[in-house]
Design a protein around this ligand. Structure first.
Ligand code: GLN
Length: 484
């Protein structure tokens, strides 16, 4: 099985040509053979997976139907699946199991999806490469010497390597889009609030969102149709307009569509191979009648600083709850204070510690105005850039990343160069906008993604646009050759 199409598997299941149990066994078998090389999973429970698959088969036999009934799915290890470990890529979570289901997980389970594994990830979703994980890095299935991208490394590798046609990740500043681009899968960061975050470990609460990953926009739409909808358990959640169009996604009309190209995103610093791929992708859209319009997002140059000031601040406060008292690992010590200090010292990895320290500094008296408050003001300016741009165009197109997947170990010693991988993905995050990464072609054998950004709550139209592109191109159907 290549990346596999959710739509095809669904057809096979409904026609009775496939069974959920067969698909689950095939996933488990593929993981057993490929995991020694890819390291994309964090945990799995074979018996539980097979029981869920048999249950789905019984429901199919009764004539029940849903877009994900019997479909294998992989869950990022920061999502609660009741009873299963929630590792968050961290030593500090050792031994912790979810006491309840995240809302997105519950909705998938109710619709009959079959979880086959929890996925490896950067510690507490902080990272761009997948290397900041307590269980070691996942590897890029297109080139095992390279990173898959992060922080939803395992979720994306799982889809690219054919473990499952659908995976859930989370996206704070690009964590499904960046690995999506590096591994040739389609990944959506929905509008902030369009998916419930109940039961999802918080990284930076003003930006976190669950992001589905699949081979195509059509498959993403099917998953979203099951999970979307506001949730009384998450006060930031909202209903998604046009949700009824998701189940049978239609391609968006390209004729006359105004696609904005922010000049700040196509300047210097983009690898030549990436530029060539993106130009070809844009020409393909133009050939179908789309109009390419140059626009400007002048505050883009502040985006990385703004994003890292705000997220480290929020991280330092969110991660304060990991104190050895309630969630997971504890390092015994004589007093409460020394126990907390020892637990955090042993439990957190380098990147988590770096961000906690930076965030505590940004929020401290005397620095709050200069850093945190200033960053909030810059965030407003970035948001206004988008509002202005959407006065001129329907949608924006940018690179996902200036380059392709980089070699393992290349950036771990240089946090700034790691942070700069996110230069194009953090802007829509700061503006709370929906953004999608889709396969656009290959540069020197490595996948390149194109990012599409839409106005707030235009997620469905964004998927329809990606679907239109995927009707006229075949890049998203290319799968890595993993002989096994
Ligand atoms: N790479 C970004 C970071 O390290 C994005 C993380 C994410 O989206 N969860 O913060």
């Amino acid at each position: 099985m290549g990346p596999g199409s959710l739509a095809d598997l669904r057809e096979g299941l409904e026609a009775g040509d496939l069974s959920a149990e067969f698909l689950a066994l095939r996933s488990l078998d593929r993981m057993a053979r490929l995991e020694p090389r890819l390291n994309a999973t964090a945990s799995l429970d074979r018996a539980r997976t097979l029981a869920a698959a048999r249950d789905a088969d019984a429901r199919l036999a009764r004539g029940e139907r849903s877009p994900v009934l019997g479909i294998p799915v992989v869950l990022k290890d920061n999502l609660n699946w009741k009873g299963a470990p929630v590792g968050n890529g961290s030593r500090i979570q050792r031994g912790y199991r979810a006491p309840y289901d995240a809302t997105v997980v519950r909705r998938l389970l109710e619709a009959g999806a079959v979880p086959v594994a929890k996925a490896n990830m950067d510690e507490f979703a902080m990272g761009s490469s997948g290397e900041h994980s307590a269980s070691g890095p996942a590897r890029n299935p297109w080139d095992l010497s390279r990173v898959p991208g992060g922080s939803s490394s395992g979720s994306v590798v799982a889809v690219a390597a054919g473990y499952a046609p659908l995976a859930l990740g989370t996206d704070t500043g690009g964590s499904v889009r960046l690995p999506g681009s590096f591994c040739n899968v389609t990944a959506l960061r929905p509008t902030y609030g369009a998916l419930s975050r109940y039961g999802v470990t918080a990284m930076a609460s003003s930006l976190d969102i669950v992001g589905p990953v699949a081979a195509s926009a059509r498959d993403l739409a099917a998953a979203l149709s099951v999970m979307a909808g506001s949730d009384p358990l998450d006060a930031t959640s909202v209903d998604l307009p046009g949700r009824e169009r998701l189940a049978e996604l239609r391609p968006r009309a390209l004729k006359g569509l105004r696609i904005g190209l922010p000049r700040e995103c196509f300047g210097e610093g983009i690898e030549e191979g990436v530029r060539g791929v993106l130009e070809a992708a844009l020409r393909a859209l133009e050939a179908e009648g789309a109009e390419l319009v140059e626009v400007s997002l002048p505050h883009t140059r502040f985006a990385i600083d703004t994003y890292y000031l705000i997220t480290t601040s929020e991280v330092s406060s969110n991660l304060a709850r990991f104190d050895g008292v309630r969630f997971g690992a504890r390092t015994p010590s004589e007093t409460l204070d020394t126990m907390v200090a020892a637990t955090r010292d042993e439990g957190f990895g380098m990147e988590a510690k770096r961000r906690i320290l930076l965030g505590a500094f940004c929020l401290s008296r005397g620095y709050y105005e200069a850093f945190y408050l200033k960053a909030q003001k810059a965030r407003t300016l970035i948001l206004r850039d988008f509002t202005e741009a959407f006065g001129q165009v329907d949608v924006l197109a940018t690179p996902v990343c200036p380059g392709t997947a980089f070699p393992l170990g290349d950036r771990t010693g240089d946090p700034l160069s790691m942070y700069l991988s996110d230069v194009f993905t953090v802007t829509p995050s700061l503006a709370a906008l929906p953004a999608l990464s889709m396969p656009a072609g290959f540069a020197s054998g490595l996948p390149v993604g194109l990012q599409l950004i839409g106005p707030s709550l235009s997620d469905v139209s964004l998927l329809e646009l990606a679907h239109a592109y995927q009707q006229i191109t075949k890049h998203h159907t290319e799968a890595p050759r993993l002989d096994c």
